[in-house]
Design a protein around this ligand. Structure first.
Ligand SMILES: [Zn+2]
Length: 285
């Protein structure tokens, strides 16, 4: 199956799997909400007190059996989720992400200066900043702030989508992992779900004023290119709280918010988690 990428494209799939691996299994249930697709993020439900593994790696589960499974941009392999209930019974599900088609732009014949990598000092700065933001994401907090769902963090026109990529003079650039919302400088940016602010940087090379909110279980949202942040590290925010304002900081061509999300080492598509854009490509809030 192939899905074209589009900001209005959203689908949800509820999947029931009740394949008992143990002869002593009770009617243990494993249930998922979300899209089993590249960039998809699923909220899983197992029996309270269950332990859950994904391809053999144990992941966090709340006491009431809620956990996350995410798929990256290129993922094609089936993922095996195994839940072990307190009584030792096990259930499993095999999830194979549907393949998407991404917006790939090839631009050839550019003057070489346009595609030259940054100088050494800039490369070191980029590396240092990447280390700082990765360290902020490297926490496994049992909170389930994601469980209440997500709202758009800003009002505006969707100007960039997950997965798109430019190939300049044959050199592939890093794919775009966020969703861009274009709006005037100063437009409020609000928390799409509750969480803890784990990172706030005033001036990153690529992303300018940058904030990260941890939603629990290694799921975090990042907000890029703002004109200012109105939260500080360690602060608790609820869905809808203001966290900053749209700007044009970092390497951008105009004011917009880039909202992106990480689950463990996967980058997932935020557009699959919020109501679809309007016909004219605006966020619906
Ligand atoms: Zn962007």
């Amino acid at each position: 199956m192939r899905f074209p990428i589009s900001p209005t494209h959203i689908f949800r799939l509820a999947l029931l799997a009740a394949l008992a691996l143990s002869s002593t299994a009770s009617l243990a249930e494993l249930r998922f909400e979300g899209a089993v697709v590249q960039g998809g993020l699923l909220v899983g439900h197992a029996l309270p007190g269950s332990k859950v593994s994904v391809d053999g790696t144990s992941i966090s589960v709340s006491g009431d059996g809620v956990f996350l499974v995410g798929f990256g941009r290129e993922d094609t392999a089936p993922v095996e989720v195994v839940a072990t209930a307190p009584d030792g019974s096990r259930v499993s599900a095999t999830l194979t992400p549907a393949v998407r088609e991404y917006d790939i732009q090839r631009i050839d014949g550019l003057p070489p200066g346009k595609v030259t990598p940054p100088n050494q000092a800039v490369i070191e700065r980029i590396r240092r900043e990447a280390g700082e933001i990765n360290a902020a994401r490297d926490r496994d907090d049992p909170r389930t702030d994601f469980a209440g769902g997500f709202i758009w963090p800003a009002k505006g026109r969707i100007s960039g989508v997950y997965g798109s990529q430019r190939i300049l003079n044959g050199q592939p650039r890093q794919p775009h992992y966020g969703v861009d919302v274009a709006a005037p400088v100063g437009t409020p940016v609000i928390a799409p779900a509750g969480g803890i602010v784990t990172f706030a940087h005033p001036d990153m090379y690529y992303s300018g004023v940058t904030v990260v909110i941890d939603h629990g279980q290694r799921l975090s949202s990042s907000f890029l290119h703002m004109s200012k942040a109105t939260v500080t590290v360690g602060q608790r925010v609820e869905q809808g709280d203001k966290i900053g304002e749209i700007g044009a900081s970092g390497r951008v061509t105009g004011p917009h918010l880039d909202w992106r999300m990480n689950w463990r080492d996967k980058r997932v598509d935020v557009a699959l988690l919020v109501p679809p854009a309007t016909e004219s490509g605006e966020t619906p809030n």
